[in-house]
Design a binder for this molecule. Structure first.
Ligand SMILES: O=C(O)CCC(=O)C(=O)O
Ligand SMILES: [Fe+2]
Length: 202
């Protein structure tokens, strides 16, 4: 492993302006990433997400779960959920991510995409309940997928790949100026799990 090069990579900002996105690459060896993929798949309280979009009650194919230090309430498209207490595996991952990113988090939103038919539309994580300008650390397991940013004004897009066992961090003004999405793809035929460690206020 080339530690020197790895340091350079984590410090380079993938966005050209208006925010900071750092890709840390692999957090662990593949065997450990495989372990977390399996354990999260089997032990997380996965539920289909609900949303109210243009007055319609939508149930997503994608599954979600929400964990945290306290019973934080998370509202997404007017549907709320209450944070569950951390599992030991999620706490272990939180510690690793905190150490790597030199930041702390009090909650985690998890997404399970069963295959490439499932994705997430353009949005920014700018809910009032999230601490402004706080870092969001995104850990991915399973199928490798593309991840896209689009600037709200200039419409410039930036694309990257999120590998099995990798860490990506969005911070600074990223949520204010950029949208992000996980596009559906015919190329992914197996599941992907994503964890976003976040900081809720109060
Ligand atoms: O699945 C991903 O990589 C991103 C998920 C996401 O943007 C979110 O949960 O807000
Ligand atoms: Fe997001």
């Amino acid at each position: 492993m080339d530690l020197f090069n790895q340091d350079i990579n984590t410090q380079s900002n993938l966005l050209p302006y208006g925010g900071t996105v750092n890709y840390y690459g692999f957090l662990f060896p593949v065997s450990e990433a495989d372990y977390y993929y399996r354990v999260l798949m089997d032990s997380v309280a996965w539920k289909n997400d609900e949303a109210f979009i243009m007055g319609k009650h939508i149930i997503t194919k994608r599954k979600v779960a929400w964990y945290g230090d306290k019973e934080y309430s998370y509202t997404y498209s007017r549907a709320s959920k209450i944070a569950l207490p951390w599992t030991s595996d999620l706490l272990a991952l939180k510690n690793i991510v905190e150490e790597k990113t030199q930041a702390s988090y009090n909650s985690c939103l998890l997404n399970l995409y069963h295959n490439g038919d499932e994705g997430m539309a353009y949005h920014s994580d700018d809910e009032k309940a999230l601490a402004e300008h706080s870092a969001i650390a995104s850990v991915s397991f399973g199928a490798e997928r593309n991840f896209l940013f689009k600037h709200k004004e200039t419409k410039q897009t930036v694309s990257m790949r999120l590998a099995h066992g990798s860490l990506l961090v969005m911070k600074g003004e990223t949520q204010k100026n950029w949208l992000h999405r996980l596009p559906p793809t015919k190329k992914a035929t197996t599941p992907r799990i994503n964890l976003t460690f976040r900081t809720m206020v109060a």
